[in-house]
Design a protein around this ligand. Structure first.
Ligand code: GLN
Length: 251
């Protein structure tokens, strides 16, 4: 089957090999006999709430974020409608910040967001940089680990009761103090982790594919056939070990 991906602002938000996340989704879909069809959705393009099974938005520095923020805020209602209708999403770093209500950048300017995630972000003095390890529970009773790398000045504060992507085992996470990392709304995930994120967290890539397929087929999520993933799990282990050696951090 065809899995339709909307890649938001690929020419602006693409640092830290964010495109690697799309490549992983494409390859893992292909190995199961599915095709990932990626459509760029950029400034001035309309976003149709039912048109994509998965939306992706990558990282960027304040400058690029300022360039896309007004357009993205204008797409907010469509984006929220898409996710409410079961579209899956992955937002990384700068894109994650802009899917909240907004971001107060280093120069004091307020960048409006899409208000999908219940959070706000304010840039701090020191950047939070290094390997991160998380504990995540996306399904009932199932705790999985996510390893990645973070590099951000923004401190993201979730609204009370908001669901994080995971709990920080090692690293800073959203703000360096709450112990939370990322945010989840329905099938949409936001995170500071890149590196890129999905090559060393194959279970997370499959979780997103499963959700996207469920949207495409309008049927309940079904597990995908497992893949060997030896190299992926090795990469996960190395990254997790580096993060553990780094230990916990506070901002
Ligand atoms: N400019 C944002 C920050 O530093 C996001 C950076 C990024 O995407 N790496 O907080």
């Amino acid at each position: 089957m065809r899995i339709r991906v909307g890649h938001l602002y690929p020419e602006y938000l693409n640092i830290y090999a964010d495109r690697g996340n799309i490549a992983v989704l494409g390859r893992r879909a292909q190995l199961r006999g599915h095709e990932l069809v990626v459509q760029p959705v950029s400034i001035g393009d309309s976003l149709e709430p039912g048109a994509h099974d998965l939306l992706y938005i990558g990282g960027g520095q304040d400058r690029e974020q300022a360039l896309v923020a007004p357009d993205l805020a204008g797409k907010g209602a469509a984006l929220r409608a898409a996710v409410a209708g079961g579209t899956a999403a992955l937002a990384v770093c700068g894109g994650y910040q802009l899917l909240g209500r907004g971001y107060r950048a280093r120069d004091g300017s307020w960048l409006p967001g899409a208000a999908l995630f219940p959070h706000e972000t304010v840039a701090g003095e020191r950047r939070m940089i290094g390997d991160v390890l998380l504990e995540c529970r996306l399904g009932p009773g199932e705790t999985r680990s996510v390893a990645g790398f973070e590099n951000h000045a923004g401190r993201t504060v979730l609204d009370p009761g908001a669901e994080p992507l995971g709990r920080v085992v090692a690293g800073y996470g959203n703000d360096g103090v709450s112990g939370f990392e990322g945010c989840r709304v329905d099938r949409a995930l936001g995170t500071y982790l890149h590196g890129p994120l999905l090559p060393r967290n194959p279970w997370l890539a499959d979780w997103l594919l499963v959700q996207a397929i469920a949207h495409a087929t309008r049927s309940p999520a079904e597990p995908l056939a497992p893949l060997p993933d030896e190299l992926e799990l090795l990469a996960h282990g190395v990254a997790a070990e580096r993060a553990r050696a780094r230990g916990g951090r506070t901002a």
